[in-house]
Design a protein around this ligand. Structure first.
Ligand code: APR
Length: 310
């Protein structure tokens, strides 16, 4: 059985463990700084396995040695965004937490592929890459699948069609300047621009951009976790099964879309090697302008990280 270690056993980490265990994708190790909590959640999850007939082993721990030889490391450790708090406010605290966690896990799993969820996502993924010194193929940020899934859900609700008929591509940074590509997104092949009147489509795009904040506003004590955890599960499955799945993820740009040395959401191919390929779309002038605006905001956050000296 393959092995996945999840760092941070809070809402997102524990829910990811749940989805992974249910699919019998890999044995799961759930690690947190809080004593007893990862052990308790893991034991509870392990005790659910006989009911669904899955032989997934789930271990809770506070000790990095238990993450030994993981195939995938999923990092969700950190503090979650609270109402009124921007993603960038999170940077300082979460960069400190993730920097240490990434180095500890790498020591015990030198061949692992890292999936990063901790926000501010693009910058924390960049930090993970720099701290570990790994090639970009092995440090992937989860964001685009979630943002695209939110848009798919809103489109399906508005159109009254199955979510399976809806394909959406939300690229760019994982922030309010993200870029929902309405020309490439479609319902059963019909571009959204042709399906909806402009005002309806704009409302969907805006709701998608503020999707994270909508949940934070409702929950009041934390941020979204079901959809982020499911997005992460899809990424892990694509890697473990070498599916060559093309999905939007945050990856290090090396000239693609005209961007360099920064994490940014783009369609990538996920397989056994991790992020195996960046797929480049032809963008029109409007889309290019949106990309540039989003890139400027990610660059600013990367600069903030650098100025912290982390
Ligand atoms: N090492 C390990 N775990 C840690 C550490 C650390 N140094 N510091 C904090 N944690 C743990 C916390 O104890 C907590 O259990 O990280 C967990 C975070 O869980 P939640 O607070 O429930 O947050 P969650 O909703 O899961 O979000 C985690 O993912 O989607 C992003 O914005 C979100 O950055 C946030 C992260």
């Amino acid at each position: 059985m393959k092995k996945i270690s999840i760092i941070g056993a809070g809402n997102t980490g524990a829910t990811t463990a749940h989805w992974l265990a249910e699919r019998e994708l890999a044995d799961v190790v759930l690690l947190d700084v809080v004593e007893g909590m990862p052990q308790g959640k893991s034991l509870d999850l392990l005790e659910a396995m006989p009911i669904i007939g899955k032989d997934t082993h789930v271990l809770g721990t506070n000790n990095y040695e238990d993450t030994n030889n993981s195939d995938i490391i999923i990092i969700t450790a950190g503090i979650a965004r609270k109402p009124g708090m921007s993603r960038e406010d999170l940077l300082k605290t979460n960069a400190g937490i993730v920097g240490k966690a990434a180095l500890e896990t790498l020591k015990h799993s030198p061949n692992a592929i890292f999936i990063v969820l901790t926000n501010p996502l693009d910058t924390i993924a960049y930090l993970t890459l720099k701290k570990t010194g790994l090639p970009r193929e092995r440090v992937i940020g989860q964001a685009g699948i979630l943002d695209s899934a939110r848009m798919r859900a809103f489109v399906a609700l508005e159109a009254g069609v199955s979510v399976e008929n809806v394909q959406c591509y939300v690229l760019g940074g994982h922030g309010d300047e993200m870029v929902p590509l309405t020309r490439h997104s479609n319902i059963a092949g019909i571009p959204l621009r042709d399906y909806f009147p402009a005002d309806k489509l704009n409302a969907i795009v805006e709701r998608t951009r503020k999707g994270g904040g909508e949940i934070v506003g409702l929950l009041k004590t934390g941020s979204a976790f079901y959809a982020p955890a499911m997005a992460c599960t899809q990424m892990a499955e694509a890697i473990l099964k070498d599916k060559k799945l093309i999905v939007p993820c945050a990856t290090l740009m090396q000239g693609e879309y005209g961007l360099h040395d920064m994490y940014f959401g783009a369609p990538v191919m996920l397989g056994a090697g991790g992020m195996e390929k960046v797929v480049e779309y032809e963008l029109d002038a409007d889309e290019k302008a949106l990309f540039e605006k989003s890139a400027a905001s990610v660059r600013e956050s990367h600069e903030a990280l650098k100025s912290l000296g982390l």
